[in-house]
Write a protein that binds this ligand. Sequence first.
Ligand SMILES: [Mg+2]
Length: 360
Amino acid sequence: MTERIIDDVRFQPVEVQLLEPFAIAGGAPAIARNVFVRIRLRDGTVGYGEAAPFEAVSGETQASTLAALDGIAELVLGRDVAQWRRLHAALRPALAGAPAALCGVEQALFDAFARHARVALVDLFGGRAGALRTDITIPAGDAGHAQRSARRAVAAGFGTLKVKVGAGGWEADVARLRGIRDAAPGAGLIVDANAGYTFEQARAFLAGLAAEGIRLRLFEQPVAADRPDELRALERESGVPVCADESVRSPADALRVAAMGVSSLNVKLMKFGVVDALDVLAIARSAGMTCMIGGMVETAVSMSFSAALAEAMQPLCGYVDLDTPLFMADGIVEGGLRYAGEAVSLPAAPGTGVDLERWF
Ligand SMILES: [Mg+2]
C-alpha cells in the first residue's frame, strides 16, 4: 500500500495561444490560460490533470485557480491515492467556488491511480466502446466566417457542427446558420447560445430557422442559467431537443433539470470535478437523459480524460464535444487522445496516456 502514497503535488500555469479566438456569447479568449497538475506517488508513478478556467463562463481565472490551489498539497500529501472518495471529501469544501481547480487535482488523482494499477482510464471507468465522433465548434463571428469554417470542417471530416450563437442578434444567427447549411448541407447542426438569448429571442431564432427549413439536432443553453424552466418550456414548445449547460453546475442542479424533464445536459468536468461529474452522469442516466460531454478551452490533458469517460459511458454520452485541442498548435501535450477527422481515439496506455514531463 505504501507505494500508493502521494508524495509530491505540483501546479504549472500554462498559456496556450489559440489558432483563432474561441468566441462565444460573453467572451472571446485568444489564449487559454490553464494550470497543469502533476501528482507523484511514492513508487514514482505520476498522474496529470488540467484546470481550464473560462472566465466568461464561470468567472474563474488562472490567477484565481492558482490562489485556490495554494495550500491544497497538504490535503493530499501522505494520503493513499486509492482513497479518492475521502480525498474528494477533503478537497471539495477547500476548493468551493473553484471547480476547475478541483477538476485538475481530481483528474491527476485518477490518472495516477490508473497508472499505478496499469490500466487505461477508459477501462477504469467502464471499458472501451470504439472511437468516439466529436463535433467541431464554429465560434461566434460573422456570416462569412461561419460559412468558411463550415466548409473547412466538412473538408476535414467532421459531420456535426456546433455553432456558437447568441453573441449578436438572433436574426444574424439565422443568417449564419443559413450560410452554414448551404456550405455543409449534410452536416448535423448543434447550436449553443451560452445563455445569450432571452426566451423570446430563442423562440424567434427557432422560428427563423424553421422558416429556412433548417433543422437542429440540439439547442444548447438557449437562455439564462437561472431559468431551467424556460429550457423545458422551449423544448416542449418547439420539439427541438434542448441541452442544459450553464444551468447545471452541481449534481443538485442536474437533479433539478432532470425533474423538470429537460432531455439532456452537458457534463463538463471543469464545472464539477471528476467525482461530482460521476454523480451527474448517474443522475442523467437514471432520468433517461442523454449527456453531452464537453469542456472549456482545454488541452489534450483534460480532453483525454473526458474522452475516456465518454467512451466508457456510451451510449449515455450521445453528444461528444471534445474539440478544443484542435484550436491549438500541435506539440503542447505528448500522447493522449488522437484525432482522425471527427474520430477520437485513446491510446492503449495506462491512465490517459498523456506525457507532460516537459512542463515539470
Ligand atoms: Mg455549452
